[in-house]
Design a protein around this ligand. Structure first.
Ligand SMILES: Nc1ncnc2c1ncn2[C@@H]1O[C@H](COP(=O)(O)OP(=O)(O)OP(=O)(O)O)[C@@H](O)[C@H]1O
Ligand SMILES: [Mg+2]
Length: 334
């Protein structure tokens, strides 16, 4: 028996949920690509392992970096690899539910479903990420009340207001936690003349990055390469400095939440003061972000229990109760 699958193909992380089993795959959305032949050799942790230990023409690629499918061919190979790892074969063809950004174009929609079908899925349905997140967070999406989710991912941030099983207001920006890493990198380069890698910048973000002053702030020691001498050099960064460095992408996220609130019908806006907003996505774990959004909007903000898994768990619920929840799929309503 084929086990139906739910997939969250994120710009930073890819998760797969199998019916009756739960999350069976959780890996970075990275592939190892042979530049000479165009072959996709590995994905996730395995791809990271290959880089640096293999000839130079094998490179690491994040195919969904900007939150959109830039290269259909590579995305298709990635989906095929994923389904293969989840046990899909010629004799085992499950139905697949794929979470996609609400702002996806018609062309991208067709590209994703087509890719999944060609990769062996018996059927492929799309589910809007904010809807999946709301289901995953256990919100009362079918009721005539305001349910607001803010999903801050690697490459995108989406805020959606959901009521009666539909998206009432939506704001999506192609700014996410990757942009915070990039801002930290360029700050250190500019202020200290030191080059640090993407992953070092991410470590700094997780360790001392914040959107609002938090208690017990500590400084961080950062090692990089001096741009002038080419030699290793160490500097000490303070949380205030990092806050300043990342203010631009953080402000963009906060502003898009405010813009979404501006689209909300008055009755639902009133609900929110009581029900609050729900923050999901790895980027939502940035220290002080919930507090910062709450302060600027005067609406309580709650970080969900499992920010990184919330979307795939919501899609997983749809897979568990397929016939009951299939009305939530994107094609079903249009
Ligand atoms: N504790 C933390 N503090 C700050 N950022 C974090 C933390 N943990 C993870 N992140 C960041 O969260 C991001 C990944 O989040 P997530 O997995 O939700 O993105 P995604 O779903 O793949 O992206 P998208 O939804 O944009 O397609 C990474 O950029 C990572 O650095
Ligand atoms: Mg996501």
């Amino acid at each position: 028996m084929a086990r139906d699958l739910a997939i969250d193909l994120g710009t930073a992380n890819t998760l797969v949920y199998a019916k009756g089993q739960g999350i069976v795959l959780n890996e970075p959305s990275v592939i190892a690509l042979n530049q000479q032949t165009g072959d996709v050799l590995a994905m996730g942790h395995e791809a990271w392992q290959m880089i640096g230990r293999t000839p130079g023409y094998i490179i690491a690629v994040r195919p969904l970096r900007q939150g959109a499918i830039t290269d259909f061919d590579i995305t298709q190979r990635m989906i095929r690899l994923l389904l293969h790892r989840a046990g899909v074969s010629r004799f085992n063809r499950p139905r697949v539910v794929i979470c996609v950004p609400s702002a996806i174009t018609e062309v991208e929609r067709r590209a994703v479903t087509e890719a999944a079908r060609r990769a062996g899925a018996a059927d492929a349905q799309l589910l809007e990420q904010p809807m999946a997140a709301a289901i995953g967070a256990g919100l009362a999406i079918h009721e005539p009340v305001a349910n607001m989710v803010i999903d801050v991912g690697g490459g995108t941030s989406e805020t959606a207001l959901i009521s009666l099983g539909g998206v009432v207001a939506l704001q999506a920006v192609r700014v996410g936690s990757f942009d915070i890493d990039a801002a930290i990198q360029s700050f250190i380069r500019r202020e200290y003349g030191i080059a640090v890698g993407e992953r070092t910048a991410e470590d700094i973000k997780v360790a001392i990055g914040s959107a609002f002053p938090v208690q017990d702030e500590v400084k961080a020691e950062v090692r990089g390469r001096d741009l002038m001498s080419g030699l290793p050099k160490t500097v000490i960064l303070s949380p205030e400095e990092v806050r300043l460095a990342i203010s631009e992408p953080v402000n963009a996220v906060v502003e898009s939440v405010i813009a979404c609130l501006g689209e909300a019908p008055p009755e639902l806006a009133h609900d929110l003061i009581v029900r609050g907003m729900h923050l999901v996505g790895g980027g939502g774990m940035l220290k002080g972000l919930a507090q910062r959004i709450a302060n600027e909007t005067e609406i309580p903000v709650y970080l969900v229990d499992a920010p990184l898994e919330c979307v795939v768990l919501g899609a997983g619920r749809c897979v568990e109760a397929y016939d009951q929840l299939k009305v939530m799929f994107m094609g079903a309503r249009s």
